[in-house]
Design a protein around this ligand. Structure first.
Ligand code: PLP
Length: 416
């Protein structure tokens, strides 16, 4: 079976931009199928960071000298790029964080602490990454609010019929949900959840770590209130991510971290906070990383997020079909490429996923094995762990074929 070619994306041309894809491991070309963990980097992004450090490095928002102005312009230019990428109404709505995790913690520790108390309810789902569970657990403990999780069925479909019962238990304040599961690839019915949350006067935080990298994400069209994503999954450097939040909500919040940069004026007895977005950016920000993220966003927009989405969809369809040819292999989650993204979890008979990943590594095929930071979901599905293959704009059908060859080798070696 051949994957339908993606008309708008020339994958071989794209691959030439990613130096790491030339690596040979155990005598074979790298087949990197772990982009849901972190994405590989295009040379345009690497060059932008090197160029910045080589020519314009100086701390931001301080120097009146040329380098400092250049550096500040580059940093703030990155904010404009994120605002454009997400279709934010204003650049003031974009707060740089270290990653998705920090962005969600920021909301929990500011909006959450200010708005939740006994009798209030925070709703999340069993599909979530730990980053979208633990901050809400801590918030519930700190405030006396109740944390409720929407369950899913064996295919990862959320059971929304529990919502009305949850609403009767108290005041729903926050609904924190993933845009796409990093373990099953399923996408929750966001429009329905947003409508329900807003009918309860609750806000919606969207964990978009798995979608900002690979498809157009428009915060205004989605109607959510906060959105978090990570730069390192979006072709950018580590150490930078962003929180987008509706300006009227951000304006009413107390700061997250305090110190330099986030202040307007400091007296020994009292401090006045800076305006948005800097009120939430204490200390020297990751400005060189922001420059890298800007270059990554330019790269993604140059290739086209619609084309990347279509490519991932085609690769996922191909992978789902080919994986089903492997005897005793069970795909966890939906086996159709509709309403899911380029992440496929599976188990192979009773072979431990770590053994599978280790044997695949001998074929230079990189997959992740374990609970993928979604321990409650893996337990809910009654599994010890899964193998997860995940795809991106540089993934080829040839790499999927090599995954299949590797899996047949697993069967041979493990005798299943
Ligand atoms: C859905 C989802 N949410 C949150 C995270 C956490 O991202 P980070 O570790 O970059 O903060 C990840 C990372 O795998 C993820 O896939």
């Amino acid at each position: 079976m051949a994957a339908a070619p993606t008309p708008l994306l020339d994958v071989e041309l794209v691959r030439r931009d990613f130096p790491i894809l030339e690596r040979i491991i155990h005598g074979q070309p790298l087949a990197y199928l772990d982009s849901a963990s972190t994405a590989q980097k295009p040379q345009q992004m690497l060059a932008a960071v090197t160029r910045f450090y080589s020519t314009s490095n100086a701390n931001v928002h301080r120097g009146v000298y040329t380098l400092g102005v250049e550096s500040t312009d580059a940093f703030e230019g990155a904010r404009d790029a994120v605002a454009r990428l997400l279709n934010a109404r204003s650049r003031r709505e974009v707060i740089f964080t270290r990653n998705t995790t920090e962005a969600i913690n920021l909301v929990a520790k500011t909006y959450g602490l200010q708005h939740c108390g006994p009798g209030d309810i925070i709703v999340s789902t069993v599909l979530e990454h730990h980053a979208n569970i633990v901050p809400w657990q801590v918030l519930a403990q700190a405030t006396g609010a109740t944390l409720r999780f929407l369950d899913c069925d064996d295919a990862g479909v959320l059971q929304l019929d529990a919502l009305d019962g949850i609403a009767r238990e108290g005041n729903v304040r926050i609904v924190a949900v993933t845009h796409q599961s990093n373990t099953l690839g399923v996408r929750p019915p966001l429009a329905q959840l947003v409508a329900w949350a807003h009918a309860q006067d609750a806000i919606v935080l969207l964990d978009a770590a798995q979608t900002v990298p690979n498809r157009p994400v428009d915060v205004q069209a989605l109607g959510v209130d906060f959105l978090a994503f990570s730069g390192h999954k979006t072709l950018g450097p580590t150490g930078i991510g962003a929180l987008w939040g509706r300006e009227e909500l951000l304006a009413g919040l107390e700061p997250f971290l305090t110190g330099g940069e986030m202040i307007r004026s400091v007296r020994l007895e009292r401090t006045a906070w800076n305006t948005l977005p800097w009120k939430f950016e204490a200390g020297t920000p990751a400005f060189a990383e922001a420059v890298g993220l800007h270059a990554a966003i330019d790269y993604l927009e140059g290739v086209g997020l619609t084309a990347i989405d279509a490519h991932e969809q085609a690769i996922t369809e191909y992978a789902l079909a080919r994986l089903q040819e492997v005897p005793k292999l069970r795909i966890i989650g939906p086996t159709s490429a509709d309403l899911r993204g380029g992440v496929v979890s599976f188990v192979l008979d009773d072979v431990h996923p770590h053994d599978i990943a280790e044997i695949l590594d001998r074929h230079a095929v990189c997959v992740r094995a374990g609970h993928h930071c979604t321990q409650p979901l893996i337990e809910r599905l009654g599994l010890p762990a899964t193998v997860r293959a995940s795809f991106y704009l540089y993934t080829t059908t040839d790499e999927i074929d090599r995954l299949i060859v590797g899996l047949l080798d697993v069967r041979r070696i493990m005798g299943v």
